[in-house]
Design a protein around this ligand. Sequence first.
Ligand code: SF4
Length: 290
Amino acid sequence: MTDFNTPLLRHSTLPSVGLYWYASRLNLESRLYMGKPDNLTAFVSEIFSSAQGEGVNIGRRQLFVRFAECHRNCLYCDTPVERTEFAAIEREPGSGQFEQIANPLSPQALLDLLGGMNRPEFAHDDLFITGGEPLLQADFLTEFLPKALKLLNLPVHLETSGDLPEPFEKTVEWVDHVLMDIKLPSVTGEPEAWEMHRAFLDIIEREDAGATIKLVVSADTSDADLSHAAEIIRDSGTLASVVLQPMTAASKTDRVPSAKQVLTWQSQMAVALGRSVRVIPQSHKLMGLL
Ligand code: SF4
């Protein structure tokens, strides 16, 4: 039985010290905090057009930019976590036909590609920035997003692991909706990130940013992790939508949760938060979409 009253161990350190501690645990300094050699170019793995398959904006037609590289290595990950030599570009939206362009890309090169794809006949609803972890390239995003807004005139949605608050702070003013993860260590097989998620949620609340909080759950989800997640969401005061996303089997794990587990956790989280919690699977995989 989940104990949703379990007290969360709090760090007494200042946020910046907590960030330094977290960065050193995930070997982030060399990628994020020590210099910005690539701040005017970006490593992109894919650009394509599809219907959104996750979260509360499921079904919206979006122009996707998938940034390469991630600082995490979640067990269930289905995307490359390293920089790629080439970006795959679907110039004809929805065609599934890709061509390769050498990385890295300048803001103008990325704008030119997106401008060519955002034709009226495709009726895109949003620009969806995903990864990998796009906030690893936050300096590029601060250059790129204001220009993309002007050129494309589309709301900007950002998907992120939700554990890099400082880069998020730099970019939040151009983001209309953030789809953030709370990473459960029992599911990811990765170090915990509670304090980083807490700082991230504080920014969402302070900036009144549109947001969805996504928790991927597997058969190995621990009660303690769900309890911690409920506590930091509750403490933040955010009323962002909360989604439980049953894990899809991936190359490194087939520990998908049972229906009974998911429904039990949905009720427990909803009671703990005092509001609705939705269960939404990765629908694009069910439909064979990108
Ligand atoms: S945070 Fe996302 S992109 Fe990074 S390893 Fe985890 S699932 Fe993959």
